[in-house]
Design a protein around this ligand. Structure first.
Ligand code: NAP
Length: 476
């Protein structure tokens, strides 16, 4: 098939949902070219900069993504921001279809007074910082504080808690960013409160993650008393076969109920039925005001209702970890409440009508839920929708990168290709080997680009000396 007849698809975002969409397209049996656009010079999205460094096994999907990227019908177009260096409309004009797989890059807000006080942080900032994400390289966290509060009881809260409380020596052989390792090695944080607005039955941790926190070296975990006697609604949730995780979580919480904190160990408190109503402090965080809740509603539909009981929790750091939120992309419709692009089975909609040839997948499509693998089925659904619509857009001309690269060049954008990424990857792994780590990440975009400049310089010198060698061989 001629290149002009090949189906050309742009995918925006190189995290799990983007790669699973590429996998589905490349495995569709059609002659398809996939060009994956990525804002950073580095691919893999949250697998690189979200998965906690002490969970290296969860990064294994990268091997699958690398195999997908090796396809001769795949290009990486890194270091390019859609909406800034190239518009949605320009992409749509160049490709048969565009799939947006940009994830959920921000956090939901608590919308309470004091939320932006110094010392009050988002999960995105902290997670991005310890994972070496360039956007968060220069964030600082006052780890001289002894007490931290984490709002939310999901797996991201669990990650934050572990990174704060795990002995730093257990992180040294991970791919944690060097600046974070240094800061954590000086950390004075000794107490972490993980606060849930509902009860132990509704905590969103998976049991493996919960057990891991509960068994951290040098820490003792406790649970507030009185929260393990359940109402009829909670008991019936627990009795349901839909609740295997909750059931196991409650067993873990029960095992903590006899723990006694002692001054020699760091302390993790699980707190329930409490919602922050204000972050208090003059210049910076001094405490978190919590209102006590009760649960109301039918099993599996119980919500937290504030009571009149209020208490102040003294703490110097607050991390809100109450869910991520997608960010609007200029040129695309956006549901600002849910933080997603409106869609039906992945087809992007505006005011109820389909926007032809534009698709969405992953957290930007369904909201921030599920594990990495959840995105595989989600992206398959989006690609199926795209393939069903094929006949509606097939004859349109799709120059793909032939028209996009000159536009980017005209705008002085520095595209990072797959070969470029492999050079950055190799340099990171080499730095890591010296430090006994899987890799030492570059945490600034300039550092990544300068790896490429050094490589280009070296290649040029080698080329020049080859030319000289050939010239002198000819002269002799
Ligand atoms: P999550 O699992 O949805 O948990 C969010 C937590 O915030 C819940 O406890 C929720 O309570 C609470 N919350 C929401 N709004 C709140 C508010 N206004 N005030 C107080 N609390 C509030 O989200 P996540 O922890 O960000 O994780 C996102 C996804 O990534 C999840 O599917 C998670 O499993 C996954 N993940 C997996 C791993 C892993 O596999 N190791 C690691 C990290 C993340 P309610 O239940 O009451 O809403």
């Amino acid at each position: 098939m001629q290149d002009s007849e090949r189906l050309k698809i742009a995918i925006v975002g190189s995290g799990p949902s983007g790669f699973y969409a590429a996998e589905a397209l490349l495995g569709s049996g059609l002659d398809v070219q996939v060009d994956m656009f990525e804002r950073l010079p580095t691919p893999f999205g949250l697998v690189r900069s979200g998965v906690a460094p002490d969970h290296q096994k969860l990064k294994q999907p990268i091997r699958v993504f690398e195999a997908i990227a090796r396809s001769p019908r795949f290009n990486l177009v890194g270091n390019i921001t859609i909406g800034l260096e190239i518009s949605v409309e320009e992409l749509r004009s160049a490709y048969h279809a565009v799939i947006f797989a940009c994830g959920a890059q921000k956090d939901r807000r608590m919308d309470i007074p004091g939320e932006d006080l110094q010392g009050s942080h988002t999960a995105t900032e902290f997670v991005g910082w310890y994972n070496g994400h360039p956007d968060y390289r220069d964030h600082t966290f006052d780890l001289n504080q002894e007490v931290a509060a984490i709002v939310g009881q999901g797996n991201v809260a669990a990650d934050i808690c572990r990174i704060l409380m795990r002995p730093v020596d257990e992180l040294r052989s991970s791919d944690i960013a060097e600046h974070a390792l240094e800061a954590l090695s000086e950390s004075k944080v000794r107490e972490v409160h993980i606060i849930g607005r509902r009860g132990p039955v509704q905590a969103k941790f998976t049991t493996k993650e919960l057990r891991e926190i509960a068994s951290l070296t040098g820490t003792v975990s406790t649970i507030e008393s009185g929260h393990l006697e359940f109402s009829d609604a909670c008991s019936s949730e627990l009795a349901s076969n839909k609740s295997t995780v909750a059931h196991k979580n409650v067993e873990v919480f029960r095992s903590l109920s006899t723990n006694i904190p002692d001054g020699s160990r760091r302390h993790i408190h699980f707190r329930f039925l409490a919602s922050p109503v204000a972050v208090l402090g003059e210049e910076r965080v001094e405490s978190l005001r919590l209102v006590r809740n009760r649960l109301s509603g039918d099993p599996f539909n119980q919500s937290a209702i504030a009571t009149e009981r209020v208490e102040d929790l003294s703490c110097g750091l607050v991390f809100r970890s109450i869910g991520y939120k997608g960010v609007a992309i200029p040129g695309l419709p956006f549901d600002h409440i849910r933080g997603v692009v409106p869609n039906k089975a992945g087809r992007i909609h505006a005011n109820g009508a389909v926007l032809p040839r534009l698709f969405v997948t992953g957290w930007l499509k369904r909201g921030p839920s599920g594990i990495i693998g959840t995105n595989r089925a989600d992206s398959l659904e989006t690609v199926q929708a795209l393939l069903e619509d094929l006949s509606t857009f097939a004859p349109s001309r799709a120059p793909g990168l032939d028209s996009i690269l000159p536009i980017l060049e005209g705008r002085s954008a520095r595209v990072v290709s797959l070969v470029d990424w492999l050079a950055i990857d190799g340099a990171e792994v080499e730095r890591g080997n010296k430090a006994g780590k899987p890799r030492e990440k570059f945490t600034r975009i300039e550092e990544m680009i300068s790896v490429l400049s050094r490589r280009d310089e070296k290649d040029l010198q080698e080329d020049t000396s080859n030319v000289h060698a050939r010239e002198s061989a000819l002269q002799n």
